[in-house]
Design a protein around this ligand. Structure first.
Ligand code: GDP
Ligand code: IMO
Ligand code: MG
Length: 434
């Protein structure tokens, strides 16, 4: 196996960080390919708790190369803050950190526009992380983006910022009644970032090709999740990048024929942060219980996550759009003690049954969940590492997820720590026939 993509199959926060950290032990290179510091990936080891926003979750193992691909939008100040913080925790980088020359930069005006646009939307707001993600991708597609490589050429960088500020300052002032920016301040700040990040900037596509020709294993770490994908998510309540597995290719410069497998990280229930439809959302004491037991607060913004039952309609959409080859089911322990569990198997809208995710937001917003009921278990599953130790009801619940998705599970996570995992099959070191 040369290349495995790990993606979120719901609305993010499925536990990708934990799973990627675990798999990174057997990988040589770990690559982030989309999103930016809107991501918050938590890894807990005996050295402490680490929350990664931009740096791949494999960085904790010595000698592994960590890469930010062209598809990532990078806030250089935030990235340097993250590097510095990790250095205080004893982690060194040297030649094992690489940033794509082609990755776009998040500029201070992107964050200002993100916040102003959200405020202007009022009740229709998306509930973004305010990290400037959407506006940075807008500039990329409008072909006025400024890239990592531009940081290495201060004169060109300054010229590009100056050109952009003409429209951006007018937009902020006249549309949003907000303050504008000056080229001098931005150029000074970003010149310093350029000097600091210069040693890491390289051609990622070439670097990954070299790694693969040496038979190294590449692990792609998705951020967000399938239903936040700009094309296949619950548009417009999505993020602005390709969070599905296809993004691993366009966001790193590795061709699709090089990808061997795609692992979908799936929480044993469902959560969502921010606005947008959520058919299985529970606004009752069960939802509250999931939030409390699962510590469901955003790792980036600290906002409470909305909680609900597992939704197999969402999961089937994720299996199809990502070509998932297997699942890693996380946070099973959070369901311990629940008398009864529900799994959504379809949606009902105006008397019609939907087995697949409706593309139309209005339909989706009006859908009612169709549930099947499963017995819960009273046993504590926290930290279990052997499948046979699981209570029978938990095994039935897990097998039903496999049946409904048509996708086999490779891993079951029973706690937040690295070791709290049942590994049925390592998807990076063994291949599954497709
Ligand atoms: P990510 O964005 O997909 O990496 O997920 P986050 O790190 O934002 O959120 C997942 C949270 O659940 C983190 O706090 C993890 O430490 C925690 N977590 C991961 N797996 C498990 C698990 O199996 N059980 C429990 N109780 N917590 C888990
Ligand atoms: P990880 O990688 C959960 C959500 C935001 C908002 C929407 C758009 O930790 O799973 P954005 O700032 O991206 O423009 O916000 O997407 N969102 C996430 N929700 N986990 C994430 O990342 C998220 N990244 C963005 O809450 O609803
Ligand atoms: Mg997260």
């Amino acid at each position: 196996m040369a290349a495995l993509v790990v993606v979120g199959s719901q609305w993010g926060d499925e536990g990708k960080g934990k799973i990627v950290d675990l798999l990174a032990k057997d990988a040589d290179v770990i690559v982030r390919y989309q999103g930016g510091s809107n991501a918050g990936h938590t890894v807990i080891t005996n050295k402490g708790t680490f929350i990664f926003h931009l740096i791949p979750s494999g960085i904790l193992y010595r000698g592994k190369v960590c890469v930010l691909g062209n598809g990532v939008v990078i806030d250089p100040g935030g990235l340097i803050g993250e590097l510095d913080h990790l250095q205080t925790q004893g982690i060194t980088f040297g030649k094992r950190f690489v940033i794509s020359h082609r990755a776009h930069l998040i500029m201070p005006y992107h964050k200002a526009i993100d916040k102003a646009a959200e405020q202007a939307k009022g009740a229709r707001r998306i509930g973004t992380t305010g990290r400037g993600i959407g506006p940075a991708y807008v500039d990329k597609m409008a072909r006025i983006g400024i890239r990592m490589g531009d940081l290495l050429n201060p004169d060109l960088f300054r010229q590009k910022v100056q050109e952009n500020l003409v429209e951006i300052n007018a937009f902020l002032k006249h549309i949003h009644n907000a303050d504008g920016f000056t080229v001098d301040l931005i150029a000074k700040e970003y010149e310093a970032y350029g000097e600091r990040l210069r040693p890491y900037i390289a051609d990622v596509s070439v670097a990954l090709d070299r790694a693969m020709s040496k038979k190294q294993r590449i692990l792609f770490e998705g951020a967000q999740g399938t239903h936040l994908d700009v094309d296949f998510g619950t548009y417009p309540f999505v993020t602005s990048s390709s969070a599905c597995a296809g993004g691993a290719c366009t966001g790193s410069g590795v061709g699709p024929t090089k990808i061997d497998a795609v692992l979908g990280v799936t929480k044993a229930y469902t959560t969502r942060v921010g606005g947008g439809p959520f058919v299985t959302e529970l606004q009752d004491e069960i939802g509250q219980m999931l939030m409390t037991r699962g510590h469901e607060y955003g790792s980036t913004t600290g906002r409470a996550r909305r909680c609900g039952w597992l939704d197999s309609v969402l999961l089937r959409h994720a299996v199809r759009t990502n070509g998932l080859t297997s699942l890693a089911i996380t946070k099973l322990d959070v369901l311990d003690g629940a008398k009864e569990l529900k799994i959504c198997t379809g949606y009902r809208y105006q008397g019609k049954l939907y087995k697949e995710m409706p593309a139309d937001l209005e339909v989706l917003q009006g859908c009612e969940p169709v549930y099947e009921r499963w017995a819960g278990w009273a046993t504590d599953t926290t930290g279990l590492r052997a499948y046979k130790a699981l209570p029978m009801a938990a095994k039935r619940y897990l097998r039903r997820i496999e049946e409904l998705t048509g996708c086999p599970m490779d891993m079951i996570s029973t706690g937040s720590k690295r070791e709290d995992t049942i590994v049925l099959r390592n998807p990076l070191t063994t291949s599954r026939k497709r």
